[in-house]
Write a protein that binds this ligand. Structure first.
Ligand SMILES: NC(=O)c1ccc[n+]([C@@H]2O[C@H](COP(=O)([O-])OP(=O)(O)OC[C@H]3O[C@@H](n4cnc5c(N)ncnc54)[C@H](OP(=O)(O)O)[C@@H]3O)[C@@H](O)[C@H]2O)c1
Length: 234
């Protein structure tokens, strides 16, 4: 299925995996629309991607804001959601409010977005959400990502013939880690790389290709595409 001229909305398209995914869809001559909270990130992304990209300020946890943005965008073809923040920590140490906030953000944000987007999609449309791999000691992360993957399986049936899939990335070098001191960040990446058969952590473009594949492939629905450099093997 060609993506030429198709309207693709990427929630979280201003940074990391989402920004790279926006580039990958532009390479397929799609019309790309990106949304996230920060006006500064939106204008930087527009500068990086080009003037043909439309931008919308949106917090995907806010039902009214999400409904308003989709109303402004109107009919479109493919939805990608890469937005999502999770607070991690050991089960007994992480405050329950942080665990709940992680669901509020990554699970409910994606749920609210899909619910609001459905009226604007068509029978050939796709929705691709984002989960993530298990990290030792990160029980909340595993719980939220499992919930997202369960939601995708249900929606693939409920919303058919619209196709619904999820991408599960392993560790990827993105601004998600920008809060860490540089030395610690590099140390975590090289430690993680040693345990991966591919010998390195991911780059956003490694993951971006999967969102394009899932939008293009009309026979794929209800699946989890795992791209983690072989993390599940060891
Ligand atoms: N990087 C990894 O190692 C890794 C591993 C596994 C899974 N993942 C998952 O992959 C996805 C993308 O991660 P990334 O590494 O690309 O992160 P990132 O570089 O921090 O990008 C996150 C994007 O989501 C947007 N966003 C965050 N909260 C939002 C909200 N409430 N409403 C709207 N937009 C929001 C951010 O923009 P604003 O700040 O402007 O809102 C930004 O554009 C996330 O779901 C993450 O959990 C990442």
């Amino acid at each position: 299925m060609s993506l030429k001229g198709k309207r693709v909305v990427i929630i979280g398209g201003t940074s990391g995996i989402g920004l790279s995914t926006a580039r990958a869809f532009l390479d397929q001559s799609a019309q790309v629309i990106i949304a996230s909270r920060s006006a500064a990130k939106l204008s930087a992304a527009k500068k990086a991607l080009g003037d043909q990209v439309d931008i919308f300020e949106l917090d995907f946890r806010n039902e009214e804001m999400v409904a308003d943005v989709f109303n402004k965008i109107g009919k479109f073809d493919h939805l990608v959601i890469t937005a999502g923040e999770i607070t991690t920590g050991r089960f007994s140490d992480l405050p329950i409010s942080d665990a709940k906030e992680s669901f509020e953000n990554k699970f409910w944000g994606q749920y609210i977005t899909v619910r609001a987007a459905v009226p604007y999609l068509n029978n050939a449309s796709s929705i691709t959400m984002t989960s993530g791999g298990y990290a030792k000691g990160a029980t909340t992360l595993e719980a939220v990502n499992s919930a997202v993957e369960g939601l995708v399986r249900g929606l693939a049936v409920d919303l058919a013939p619209v196709r619904v899939n999820v991408v599960s990335p392993g560790m990827v070098d993105t601004p998600l880690f920008s809060g860490m001191p540089e030395e610690l960040r590099q140390e975590s990446f090289s430690k993680a790389a040693q345990h991966l058969p591919v010998g390195r952590v991911g780059k956003p473009e490694d993951i971006a290709q999967s969102y394009v594949y899932l939008a293009e492939n009309g026979f794929t629905t209800g699946t989890v595409v795992t791209i983690n450099g072989g993390a599940h093997l060891g």
